[in-house]
Design a protein around this ligand. Structure first.
Ligand code: ASP
Ligand code: MG
Length: 419
């Protein structure tokens, strides 16, 4: 389509993850898609991740030469991964006669704080991207990186390219931010566990945030928060099939434009599960002010991320406190809780890594009573014991034995009519 000076064309930001640019063939296929999007009349800004497992390999290499791993140098190293992808994609675009230009995070004007290896975005300038667009070029930006006010190169952290894409979409006023990955969207359950799982056409930011917290691996939770806070419409889709994926929109948009206009909102949108956590129980601690605070402070000081917390009613003045932590933090959490057991006057500290959480997520459950009863009834009928429960207005999570999580997800998927 011809471009006439002064006629604004809708802008989309397209972000391609590591699997989408894993090798030369995939890069050429991404270039083809970008060029096609442009021919269809859109302006495009592209954000790329590092190729395949490149970031892991660079981190491995760093570990081979150093045990001190200076964080400034780590950022300099890791950000080279995305730089490689952006240049290669621009070369592939050149062969398709699609004018493109690569930009590092710094060149794109992504200004961050100076916290190396997990920098936060402060502002997005984007002048050079606007200039490139005005000159008829496709800007291709290296994901997950920026520059600090002290002019140091910074890395936003693992998965940070999603946040780069959302931040650019917001700053440049894009119509949508497309996150291309190796799955074709958000599903009603993990398709590897439930064969009848379906792709959800539309989901709200809040629902997706709950799904991310309940074990759904993609997209990066921080980018979903950014998109919600700034009203950036997300489209999570596949760079392998190129079919339409899942739109992530505001609650208001979802209510006004439901996926299927004949239908009322379903009670439950999806079932998520998570096998990455373990449970710790501190038994018979005194039921008095300050005990839980002291326990949680000691864990926070060791950077342990505590998720679900349950405290029992007290019998004879003592109670049990159970909580979940990422399995990766279990050893540290256990050692810390044991170190403080005497101070907490606890009887013992028990660890259990054979747990899983299964969660129902749905904005519709706010207006439908009885969801919890159906969930518990379904698990009971399967003979599945519930060990811990936690809820939010749009999520119910249960801890169960990890051996039965597959059955739990399957039976709930059927019980809530998602199959
Ligand atoms: N390549 C980096 C990672 O794998 C950052 C990103 O692309 O999101 O975490
Ligand atoms: Mg990624």
């Amino acid at each position: 389509m011809a471009r006439y000076a002064g006629t604004p064309v809708p802008l989309v930001v397209q972000k391609f993850g590591g699997t989408s640019v894993a090798d030369a063939e995939r890069i050429r296929s991404v270039a083809d898609h970008v060029a096609r999007t442009r021919r269809h009349g859109n302006d495009v800004v592209v954000v790329v991740s590092a190729m395949g497992k490149e970031t892991d390999e660079l981190l491995w290499l760093a570990g081979e030469v150093s045990s001190t791993l200076p964080r400034r140098e780590l950022d300099m190293l890791i950000t080279a991964g995305e730089r490689k992808s952006m240049a290669l994609l621009c070369m592939a675009l050149s062969d398709l006669d699609c004018p493109a230009a690569s930009f590092t995070g710094s060149q794109a004007g992504l200004i961050t704080d100076g916290n190396h290896t997990r920098a936060k975005i402060l502002t997005v300038r984007g002048e050079r991207l606007r200039e490139a667009l005005a000159a008829g070029r496709v800007p291709v930006v290296a994901g997950a990186q920026g520059v600090s006010e002290e002019r140091e190169i910074t890395f936003l952290g693992r998965g940070g390219s999603d946040t780069t894409a959302v931040a650019l979409a917001h700053a440049l006023g894009a119509e949508a931010c497309e996150i291309y990955t190796d799955v074709s969207g958000v599903f009603t359950a993990d398709p590897r566990l439930v064969h009848s799982a379906r792709r959800v056409g539309q989901i709200t930011f809040e629902e997706l945030l709950e799904m991310c917290a309940a074990g759904c691996p993609k997209p990066e939770i921080r980018s979903v928060e950014y998109a919600r806070n700034h009203g950036v419409r997300l489209h999570v889709r596949s760079s392998f099939t190129w079919e339409p994926g899942t739109w992530v929109v505001s609650d208001e948009e979802a209510a006004n434009h439901p996926e299927d206009p004949r239908m009322e909102r379903p009670m439950v949108t999806a079932i998520a599960h998570d096998t990455s956590e373990a449970k710790l129980t501190v038994t018979r601690v005194p039921d008095r002010p300050g005990i839980a605070a002291r326990l949680l402070r000691s864990l926070a000081d060791e950077h342990v991320n505590v998720d679900m917390i349950v405290q029992n009613v007290s019998l004879q003045g003592t109670t049990d406190i159970s909580f979940t932590v990422p399995k990766a933090d279990l050893a540290v959490a256990l050692a810390t809780a044991k170190d403080h057991a005497a101070e907490l006057e606890a009887a013992e500290v028990l660890a259990d890594s054979e747990i899983a959480t299964v969660s129902l997520i749905g904005a519709g459950m706010k207006t439908h009573p009885g969801v919890t009863a159906t969930m518990f009834g379904t698990l009971a009928a399967e003979g599945i014991n519930i060990e811990m429960i936690s809820t939010s207005p749009i999520r119910i999570s249960c801890v169960v034995r990890s051996a039965v999580v597959e059955r739990a997800v399957q039976s709930l998927h059927t019980a809530f009519g998602l199959s």
